[in-house]
Design a binder for this molecule. Structure first.
Ligand code: AMP
Length: 549
């Protein structure tokens, strides 16, 4: 078996690895580090959790040990699809570089340009960035990429999903042809294959087995629920979620709860808080400092339930997560694999419990065919029955109009699909509030149509600046500083909405294109109105209308 000491890493890097407690390299590290140290391009096909971050960081630190960075000229780049992943790579860098003098800067959206500029001005060895923010700095004339010797693209398949491939291509073109490229992707979609054929030079291909989705250490369960009426799906699912969490008892020490839409992340989080659960949301429309704080508290164990969207939680490495709950089954089967991989890490035991409603049938069959086995069906906790509130809340306007809300549920009574078993009503606990008042106020709320139709977060990826191909110089133009044309605090996902057209697979559902403004979309159109919406209980009910329609 390969040992770290066999890998010809810089002794200072080796000592940091030993201090991190790593004993042997993971397969991706054993296979990718040697060719990377020889200066070869590497194409790594691996997912998070395999140790891939160290597989590129350790050789980079070794290769960069000689030489110094000049002002505004980073010596290496690491590109990540999301802010959280970039921040995680930066943490890994700090861990492995702690015995060296190498420096790094993190360029992500939601953080002021000023601080980032200062770091770049000093000169950094490693620049870790999301693609859009990196290009913004470049276009402002603050960054020169001609000294980049190593470029890492992490989670390329996610970049593709999020519509970043044009940005990545552009960054490739801005860096020297002679650079070394370390390129990582969990899957090799044709578009990813094309990029690697174009920009990598005779790469050494290193592949590690797909993350086991059904590892013996992760217990999977599917809770099938048939809401009394389709328009009560959200409320019913929240009740089921609470019951399932409580049913897990002390075994559930902490959990990530996944929702498909950002609006539901907010609603589920707020609802759990109302019922006394220690919960907080994380998704791309939240302020970066809030996202960071929430993640930190979850990591440190001071927050028990993290309610998350796929984008925000993708690749997050929190070692001890006892449970993953899928409030929604993911629309894309591979997201199921990523989600449940947040638990059962490093050989620990984990539980993944998913709530299923009849409308999820298509998603479930996609998941089960990907993981090549049925998800074991689980039972609702004994005694649970959907509340009268969920069964009897007034029909909302959409249903009265014969919208989707009425299909499939009217004649059925609310019960779990295994509901032959008669069950007693769950009494509200003394210390918990009565069923959410918001839902019994539905008629007023339903009168005002929602201002914002929420979309799955993947449709609103990290960002896209307003660059147009005509304005892009093929060569470096650091002196031609173009002012940033957006608010640094605007969420990357929101900004990105305006610019992507059909590149990511999630873009397909974006609805008809807006015509008449050319490429220009006024900034105010891209702003999120969410804070106003979730401030009031009526809004919670109202947003449910839009989420379910
Ligand atoms: P990654 O796939 O880079 O997200 O890494 C997943 C987790 O594995 C991180 O918590 C790393 O700290 C940890 N890790 C990486 N390499 C090793 C190793 N050789 N031995 C033990 N743990 C490791």
């Amino acid at each position: 078996m390969t040992k770290f000491s066999d890998l010809k890493l810089d002794p200072k890097v080796l000592s940091a690895v030993a201090e991190a407690g790593y004993e042997t390299p993971t397969p991706i590290q054993a296979d990718a580090i040697p060719p990377a140290l020889e200066g070869k391009d590497v194409l790594g096909i691996a997912q998070t959790g395999t140790g891939k971050t160290a597989s590129f960081t350790l050789p980079m630190l070794t290769l960069l040990r000689r030489g110094r960075a000049r002002a505004r000229m980073p010596r290496s780049l690491v590109l990540c699809p999301t802010r959280e992943l970039a921040a995680q790579v930066a943490e890994n860098f700090d861990l492995y570089a702690k015995n060296t003098k190498l420096t790094r800067a993190l360029l992500i959206g939601g953080v002021s340009f000023g601080e980032q500029d200062k770091l770049i001005d000093k000169g950094v060895d490693v620049l870790i960035a999301t693609p859009g923010r990196l290009l913004d700095h470049f276009e402002r004339g603050k960054l020169i990429l001609t000294d980049v010797k190593i470029m890492v693209v992490d989670e390329a398949d996610r970049m593709l999903d999020m519509g970043f491939i044009p940005d990545i291509e552009r960054i490739f073109q801005l860096t020297p042809f002679t650079r070394q490229t370390l390129f990582f992707s969990a899957t090799m979609a044709p578009e990813i294959e094309r990029i690697t054929n174009t920009f990598l030079h005779a790469p050494v291909r290193v592949e590690v087995a797909r993350q086991a989705t059904t590892g013996a250490n992760i217990t999977q369960k599917l809770i099938e629920v048939t809401p009394a009426r389709r328009d009560q799906t959200a409320k019913t699912k929240r009740e089921v979620l609470r019951a399932v969490i409580e049913g897990e008892g002390e075994a559930c020490t902490n959990a990530i709860i996944f929702c498909n839409r950002k609006v539901d992340v907010d609603i589920v989080s707020k609802s759990l808080q109302k019922y006394g659960f220690d919960a907080a949301p994380i998704h791309g429309d939240l302020d970066q400092s809030q996202r960071t704080r929430t993640l930190e508290s979850f990591r440190e164990g001071t927050l028990k339930f993290l309610i998350a969207s796929d984008v925000a939680a993708r690749g997050l490495d929190v070692p001890a997560v006892s449970h993953v709950f899928n409030y929604d089954l993911p629309m894309h089967a591979e997201d199921y694999v990523h989600r449940i991989g947040r638990t059962g890490r490093a050989g620990r035991k984990g539980a993944a419990i998913s709530i299923y409603v009849p409308a999820d049938e298509k998603f479930l069959s996609g998941i089960e065919s990907l993981i090549e086995q049925p998800i074991p069906r689980g039972e609702l906790p004994e005694g649970f029955e959907i509340s009268e509130g969920a069964k009897t809340a007034p029909v909302k306007r959409d249903d009265a109009k014969g919208g989707r809300g009425g299909r499939g549920g009217r004649s059925r009574s609310g019960s779990s699909s295994n509901g032959e078993r008669p069950s007693r009503s769950r009494k509200p606990r003394e210390d918990k509030p009565q069923p959410e008042a918001v839902e019994t106020k539905a008629p007023e709320a339903a009168k005002a149509p929602s201002q914002k139709v929420d979309t799955p977060e993947e449709q609103q990826p990290e960002r896209k600046s307003e660059r147009t191909p005509e304005r892009q110089a093929p060569e470096q133009r650091p002196a031609a500083a173009a002012p940033a044309r957006h608010d640094a605090n605007e969420s990357d996902e929101s900004r990105n909405r305006r610019a992507r057209g059909g590149r990511g697979r999630r873009d397909r559902d974006n609805g008809p294109n807006v015509v008449g403004m050319g490429d220009h979309v006024p900034d105010f159109l891209t702003r999120s109105f969410r804070p106003g919406l979730i401030d009031s209980d009526e809004a919670m009910s109202e947003t449910e209308d839009s989420a379910e329609s």
